[in-house]
Design a protein around this ligand. Structure first.
Ligand SMILES: *Cc1c(COP(=O)(O)O)cnc(C)c1O
Length: 443
């Protein structure tokens, strides 16, 4: 990859100077356009999402058998939406800006099987692969009851194949646990920031964990190389996978249904704002894609990143996408938000989604810790640091008067707005680990 001329880049893009200085920044995206104009660049559409949704429905009976904790929701992995009135009041005070409308939390942190947003994409891609193998071997037909997959014969069949993935932790958890359950030999290549307890848990499930002293990019690269050597090994490519992306995107229609049940309206008079923590981009990108298909131009999506890992903001802002990393600018990619510790964004997601995202912002690790402590204190909800990145979003938006006015989002509309903060992980954090997080918060 050719070297980046930093002084040239900062001259052209002054905001990059602020990224290098690790200042929290908010950037409203001038490339944002309507769904109609932006959709052709994604290369996927509503039919692909419907296909993913149908595949998850086929596997639901299997998941009920394999993971009894999924039975309550009939094998559909979906999270609750919580209302956060106390947190909203606290943050109005703290930030000195008033966010009107309603503050909600999408608790992907508490998704079954792996306790993070990765239970959407990661598990979906493993199921897709398993289905293809079983159908190609003539062992499974469309229309079969997929509970048949939960047996020793199928475990032996899948045991001839292996799966590999590189991860900062949560993707490895989802793919590792799901693959091992089906019977695959699965290897997770873990970056240095991956938490010890996640590696332990994976090994308990019979997953092979390979540890690296380097960051996510290196773990992925090594995983990719190793998988290439083995024709029976399938590498799940977090940086480029359309399948992962589609697994996440099913969230859009699900949220729409949940909003209908909750009596929450979304239309031109009732705008919806969604704030998504971003690592490599697949999770937030896929979810945002699904939300755009479900709510059209009435939903506005924002990505949140740590000041030490602003890879997607950097890639989209400069148009360099995966041709630039935060390390090229001397930014260290070291953050307590381990799920977001990614130095180079997915080029696929950046290029696919850059016209459908309204903005990006960065925040410090301390701010994520503080928000983590406040949410635990005021709403009794405990999350991991990454999952709090979205929480600052509504206040960044409220401070962006000029942008709101330019969009025609006046005071009356904002009073009827819904702010949905996507809580991406933390439901399975061990108590001692959680106490440490809580101890880092300044309340
Ligand atoms: C993976 C992850 C994200 C971001 O997802 P990407 O696909 O990497 O952008 C956000 N939060 C948590 C907790 C995660 O594990």
């Amino acid at each position: 990859m050719k070297n980046i001329d930093v002084s040239q880049l900062t001259a052209r893009f002054p905001l990059v100077q602020s990224l290098i200085a690790l200042e929290p920044v908010t950037w409203f995206n001038p490339k944002a356009t309507s769904l109609a104009l932006g959709l052709p660049y994604v290369g996927l559409d509503g039919n692909d999402v419907a296909d993913a949704s149908a595949r998850l429905a086929r596997f639901a009976p299997y998941l009920c058998e394999a993971f009894p904790e999924t039975r309550a929701k009939h094998g559909i992995l979906e999270s609750e939406i919580a209302v956060l009135p106390a947190m909203q009041a606290t943050l109005n005070q703290r930030y000195g800006v008033e966010v009107t409308g309603r503050l909600l939390l999408k608790k992907d942190s508490h998704l079954p099987i792996s306790g993070s947003i990765k239970a959407r994409g990661g598990i979906y891609e493993v199921l897709t692969h398993a289905e293809q193998l079983a159908m190609a071997a003539g062992l499974l037909q469309a229309g079969d009851d997929y509970r048949t997959l939960f047996c020793d014969e199928f475990r032996q069949f899948f045991g001839q194949y292996s799966i590999a993935v590189g991860s900062t932790g949560n993707l490895g958890m989802s793919i590792g646990i799901m693959s091992a359950k089906l019977g695959f030999t699965v290897t997770v290549h873990m970056s240095a920031d991956a938490r010890e307890w996640k590696k332990r848990k994976l090994r308990e499930h019979g997953v092979i964990v390979v540890e690296y002293a380097e960051d996510y990019g290196v773990a992925v690269e090594q995983g990719r190389k190793e998988a290439k050597r083995d024709p029976n090994c399938f590498f799940i490519d977090d940086e480029n996978s359309r399948t992962l992306f589609l697994g996440y995107s099913v969230a859009g229609e699900r949220v729409k249904k949940q909003f209908d049940e909750m009596g929450i309206r979304v239309d031109t008079e009732h705008p919806l704002f969604v704030y998504l923590p971003c690592g490599v981009g697949g999770g937030p990108g896929g979810v945002a894609f699904g939300l755009k298909l479900a709510f059209g131009d009435n939903v506005h999506c924002f990505f949140a990143e740590p000041t030490h890992s602003p890879c997607m903001l950097l890639g989209v802002h400069t148009g360099l996408h995966d041709k630039v990393s935060v390390q090229d600018l001397g930014i260290d990619n070291l953050t307590a938000a381990d799920g977001l510790a990614v130095g180079r964004a997915s080029g696929f997601v950046g290029r696919a989604m850059e016209r459908l995202l309204d903005g990006f912002y960065t925040l410090s690790d301390q701010e994520m810790y503080d928000l983590l402590g406040l949410l635990a204190r005021d709403e009794q909800i405990r999350l991991e640091p990454s999952a709090l990145a979205g929480m600052a979003g509504p206040w960044r938006l409220a401070a962006g008067r000029a942008w709101l006015e330019a969009q025609g989002l006046d005071k009356a509309k904002m009073a009827r707005a819904t702010h949905l903060v996507w809580a991406t992980g933390g439901g399975m954090v061990p108590t001692e680990e959680m106490e440490k997080y809580l101890g880092s918060a300044r309340l």
